[in-house]
Design a protein around this ligand. Structure first.
Ligand code: NAP
Length: 299
């Protein structure tokens, strides 16, 4: 029986370190047997502070596990054509295993056009139609979007049973909510759940969340899910990361999740914090995909 107030923190930072050590060991073995280490390239356009931070964190993680990590930083004024040329150049470069383009891009660049120009074999963010299509069919030979992949790694690590559970995913974006709903409903180790996918037009959201054994919140609205909405003992995964003003912080802001942690911690059995929950697992998912790409070339 579940006892209120006993939530276990799903420590994404610690689990991410665990998986990063495993990846680092594989890289060492790869290099020792004469192969080069995996190489991830990140394209950054413009000077958005959030994007710079995310790309910087990905580069740091590459260094930690022994990958080569390159950031290609372009001015905001780069044309769509020039950016496409860069993508094509990297597609042809056999010394690069993975390419990610940090979103959002400036308004004059069609994000979908850029995302679809990346070779599916190097699309370690899993945004290409081929990778999304494979995921939809339960074919895991492609790349799964890094955030949902990271969440499944976290669920596996803590031996959280998803089979037969009712999972409510809030948010239907192509990079988080939709792929997460597909993974949870698939007949796989972290699947076999009955999934309800909610969005801004869902009318009885509170009613649905109250029935959920697993709640995944990926909305971008700080504190949207509160403890009173949650079924006692539910597993709560908070994907949200919104920067909100906080004068007590050196940066003047802090990250806020979509879940009100204080009230939800008292009702749930497992819960992810923000920061330190899904964020580090997303980076681990990306590293995992890049290693997978490199291993494919060697095989
Ligand atoms: P997004 O593309 O803006 O999608 C948000 C989704 O939330 C949409 O499907 C939207 O519904 C839904 N939504 C908005 N208001 C709602 C409401 N009142 N009730 C129900 N659904 C509502 O966002 P995203 O890219 O998925 O990101 C979501 C959050 O996760 C953001 O805070 C983002 O920063 C964060 N994130 C974190 C990580 C990480 O590594 N931790 C990675 C990716 C994203 P409609 O489709 O109807 O508009």
């Amino acid at each position: 029986m579940y006892l209120c107030g006993m939530a276990q923190i799903l420590d994404g930072k610690a689990v991410s370190s665990f998986f990063k050590q495993q990846i680092a060991t594989e890289v060492k073995e790869m290099v020792a047997s004469g192969h080069r280490a995996p190489h991830l390239v990140a394209i950054l356009v413009g000077s958005d502070g959030g994007s710079k931070t995310y790309v910087g964190a990905k580069e740091k993680a590459c260094v930690e596990v022994g990958f080569a990590g390159t950031i290609l930083h372009f001015d905001e004024s780069i044309s769509e054509e020039e950016l496409l040329k860069e993508v094509h150049r990297i597609n042809l470069d056999s010394s690069i295993d993975g390419l990610i383009v940090q979103l959002p891009l400036p308004k004059h660049i069609n994000e979908n056009k850029i995302t679809q120009a990346i070779l599916p074999e190097k699309d370690v963010d899993g945004f290409h139609d081929i990778n999304m299509g494979k995921l939809t069919k339960g074919d895991y030979s492609g790349y799964i979007s890094a955030t949902p992949l990271g969440i499944t790694m976290l669920l596996k690590y803590y031996h959280i049973e998803t089979s037969g559970k009712h999972a409510v995913v809030i948010g239907r974006s192509n990079i988080v909510g939709r792929p997460m709903s597909i993974l949870l409903s698939d007949s796989s180790e972290t699947g076999n759940a009955t999934v309800t996918l909610c969005h801004s037009r869902t009318q009885n959201l509170k009613e649905l969340v109250a029935q959920a054994d697993i709640v995944i919140a990926a909305i971008g609205k700080p504190g949207f899910v509160t403890g009173d909405m949650i079924k006692p003992g539910a597993i709560v995964i908070d994907v949200g990361t919104t920067r909100i003003d906080d004068s007590s912080k050196k940066a003047g802001w802090r990250l806020a999740g979509d879940v009100d942690f204080t009230s939800s911690e008292l009702k749930s059995s497992f819960i992810t914090p923000v920061p330190g929950g899904v964020g580090p697992m997303t980076i681990t998912g990306l590293l995992f995909n890049t290693l997978k790409s490199r291993k494919r070339q060697i095989a």
